[in-house]
Design a protein around this ligand. Structure first.
Ligand SMILES: *Cc1c(COP(=O)(O)O)cnc(C)c1O
Length: 371
């Protein structure tokens, strides 16, 4: 699905040098590379504070810990996302409240979000799924009205722009009180191991977040809060500092691949190509088709015989996952989410796809459909 080897070959000199520098000065934990990357990312995103941490799941957990939510408080998110979004809500003893997504964008339906608000609701986690922003202007409006925190899950959309009605832009993850991202290798800004970060423009929250990721420690060995140990290590930060400089060109490469796919499938009634909302650009973490009238499993098998990987993100919605079964929910509750789980297929999407590969992938798919 991704080709990290070819991507590395192109930046090998820069990356090797950056890693070597960390090894030479042996500042493996909280070394200068971490601070430098943090500053670079703050500048790139136009956000006041970036708090690096160990992975995207921790970023979400620490973000929620900083909001002082209490057991039983409700946090709203969608049923069509990676499990981590709901996992941390459950782990903190909060109550995940799920809502359906929009058919076009696969992102949280703001009106479904508003309908799910109760007196216990404290926060919402819009997920910018597959690389485009959820409808943040509407979500912020509703959240302000009901006094809710907004924690953006930007794990799949780092670098995407949200475009407001007045034409101004902000980076995904910098609109709500908190934004969370992952630097998992296959993410748009991926390191060579695990990594993550939290973004905020709020000085008080930033202070709180920095304390929580460091064992709740304010002064060394004096612990004011129950915290966690969640750090981005210096080698990963050094890699990320290099790769951040290429993030926009990576987004362009992904968009070029998406355009090739879109054109190839434009006249195929069995495949609905991705829809990008007017209020966002798309950084195509995934390129995801909605299939109809074809046997999806057979298509994936057929592609397998041609050495083309294809994946289903996500085959089981959260409300139908064994660990999250809840008497509040049953099959049929979220018709769009369930329809998507049954019909979507994601194609190879990365920065190194060339025309020959794209041709092989698209012609194989059309061959299967027209056979
Ligand atoms: C990848 C991902 C996460 C978790 O990130 P990790 O770094 O793997 O912990 C959370 N939410 C979404 C939407 C993701 O895609």
């Amino acid at each position: 699905m991704v080709d990290l080897k070819s991507q590395y070959q192109k930046i090998k000199t820069e990356v090797d040098h950056a890693i070597q520098e960390v090894i030479e000065n042996t500042a493996f934990i909280n070394g200068p590379a971490v601070q430098q990357f943090q500053k670079d990312l703050e500048t790139y995103l136009g956000v006041k504070h970036v708090i690096p941490c160990a992975n995207g799941t921790d970023a979400l957990q620490v973000a929620m810990m900083a909001l002082n939510l209490k057991p039983g408080d409700e946090v709203i998110t969608t049923s069509f996302t990676f499990i981590a979004t709901a996992e941390v809500i459950a782990l903190l003893g909060l109550t995940p409240v799920l809502v359906d997504v929009e058919e076009g964008t696969f992102n949280i339906d703001p009106e479904a979000f508003e309908r799910a608000i109760t007196p216990k609701t404290k926060a919402v986690v819009p997920v910018h799924l597959f690389g485009q922003c959820a409808n943040m202007e509407r979500i912020m409006e509703i959240s302000e009205k009901h006094n809710l925190f907004v924690i953006e899950d930007t794990c799949q959309a780092i670098g995407a722009d949200y475009i407001f009605k007045d034409g101004s832009r902000k980076k995904a993850g910098t609109i709500g009180q908190l934004g969370c991202t992952s630097f998992f290798p296959s993410k748009n800004l991926g390191c060579y191991g695990d990594g993550g970060a939290i973004f905020t423009n709020d000085d008080e929250l930033a202070k709180q977040l920095r304390i929580i990721v460091n064992h709740g420690m304010v002064v060394r060995y004096y612990h004011d809060l129950v915290g966690v140990n969640s750090r981005l290590d210096s080698i990963q930060a050094a890699v990320l500092k290099v790769k951040l400089q290429h993030l926009d060109e990576y987004a362009t490469a992904r968009n070029n691949a998406a355009t090739y796919y879109n054109n190839a499938f434009a006249n195929c009634p069995n495949l609905k190509t991705p829809v990008t909302a007017a209020y966002t650009n798309h950084v195509f973490h995934q390129y995801t088709l909605v299939t109809s009238g074809i046997d999806r499993a057979a298509l994936i098998d057929y592609l397998g015989t041609k050495d083309i990987p294809a994946m289903i993100y996500y085959p089981v919605p959260l409300h139908l996952q064994k660990a999250y079964l809840d008497p509040r929910y049953k099959a049929g509750d979220f018709p769009i989410t369930e329809m998507l789980s049954n019909t979507v297929v994601s194609l190879p999407m990365h920065t190194e796809l060339d025309e020959e590969q794209l041709k092989h992938i698209t012609s194989s798919i059309l061959e299967f459909i027209n056979k």
